[in-house]
Design a protein around this ligand. Structure first.
Ligand SMILES: *Cc1c(COP(=O)(O)O)cnc(C)c1O
Length: 341
């Protein structure tokens, strides 16, 4: 039995999701004639407590377009946490698309304080890039899979507002944070100028993400969607998968968190593993081994897939297609591989 913990992007659409996709009513989304895409956008605007929303092919495009809305392409500065997705995994997009400088605000597991943000903001020094926007990744991904506490987000938003900065919420896995914390998505997204969720992570849809903001910002985001080739046609085929995911895969994320917890607790028993199992909050489990590349290669040979984040850190992500039996098999394989190494 293969155990694919490489990422929660690895899920395949369920039979029920495929039926919903097959039955989708469609039209030309660029002309606002796709009823399923329109319904999804309204649903997400509501969910995140913003005026409007825009369906996009990926979360990366949500980040890139949102950040472009907040800066001028003239050396403006985007402030964000360590190992944030736009830094690590968007091919330098903020520099290429927005002409912006990225500055890391130091913190722990990608989570920083309002004070740390304030110390990095520069708006009136002509030698320095001008700080324009702060981005919060909730929960953090490769920096630790941690949930920003709500007061911490509030502190960061207060500082941003005081300095005239915009605020962006990278909510790729916001549904996980909502289920784990019991805090509704609209509370997490309140106070941000732009916020988005991904359907192709834990929610288990094949494609898509949705960016929410004011009507005015979404109208402007449409220009960049068109420019970057993100405007689609009968996108209801994709939106139907996303709507099905919102209806059927949101509440069950707690199962992924329980499976992640079982994995983390099991790992904590093993010699050669460094992990803070008690800190686990979501579906992302990160631990350290002596040689992450050798470790992940040995696991791969046994059809257990995990992700080497760097020379020592390894990430496993639980999702819809991983049950407790798969976690048990992963753990016993990891135990054997570690003793062989
Ligand atoms: C996956 C991810 C993205 C990008 O989403 P895609 O749909 O893969 O383009 C952005 N931010 C975070 C935190 C992510 O985990």
């Amino acid at each position: 039995m293969t155990v694919n913990l490489y990422s929660d992007t690895q899920t395949k659409p369920t039979a029920a999701m495929r039926r919903a996709i097959a039955a989708a009513e469609v039209g030309d989304e660029q002309r606002f004639e796709d009823p399923t895409t329109n319904a999804l956008q309204e649903r997400v605007a509501d969910l995140l407590g913003h005026e409007a929303a825009l369906f996009l092919p990926s979360g990366t495009m949500c980040n890139e377009i949102a950040l472009r809305l907040h800066v001028r392409p003239a050396g403006d500065e985007i402030l964000l946490g360590e190992l944030a997705h736009p830094l690590r995994a968007e091919a330098g997009g903020p520099a290429a698309v927005s002409g912006a400088v990225l500055t890391v605000v130091p913190g722990e597991f990608g989570i920083f304080t309002g004070e740390a943000l304030a110390a990095r903001i520069v708006t009136d020094d002509r030698y320095r890039p001008r700080s324009r926007v702060v981005s919060v990744e909730q929960p953090t991904n490769t920096a630790g899979g941690r949930i920003w506490p709500l007061e911490r987000v509030g502190g960061v938003l207060d500082v941003a507002r005081d300095h005239g900065l915009r605020a962006h919420l990278d909510g790729a896995r916001l549904p996980n944070a909502c289920v784990a914390s019991g805090v509704p998505a609209s509370d997490w997204a309140a106070g941000f100028d732009t916020a988005w969720i991904d359907f192709s992570k834990g929610l288990g849809a094949p494609v898509g993400a949705c960016l929410a903001a004011s009507r005015e910002l979404i109208d402007e985001a449409w220009r960049y969607k068109q420019m970057l080739g993100g405007a689609m046609r009968q996108s209801g085929i994709l939106a139907a998968g996303a709507l099905h995911a919102l209806d059927h895969h949101w509440d069950r994320l707690g199962e992924d968190h329980a499976n992640a917890k079982a994995l983390a607790d099991g790992l904590a028993q093993l010699a050669g593993v460094r992990i803070d199992a008690a800190a686990l909050e979501t579906n992302i489990v990160i631990w350290e081994v002596a040689d992450a590349l050798a470790f992940t290669a040995a696991l791969r040979a046994e059809e257990v897939f995990v992700y080497a984040l760097d020379a020592h850190r390894v990430r496993a992500t639980t999702h819809l297609d991983v049950d407790r039996a798969a976690i048990d098999r992963a753990l016993s394989t990891i135990r054997r591989v570690l003793s062989d190494l």
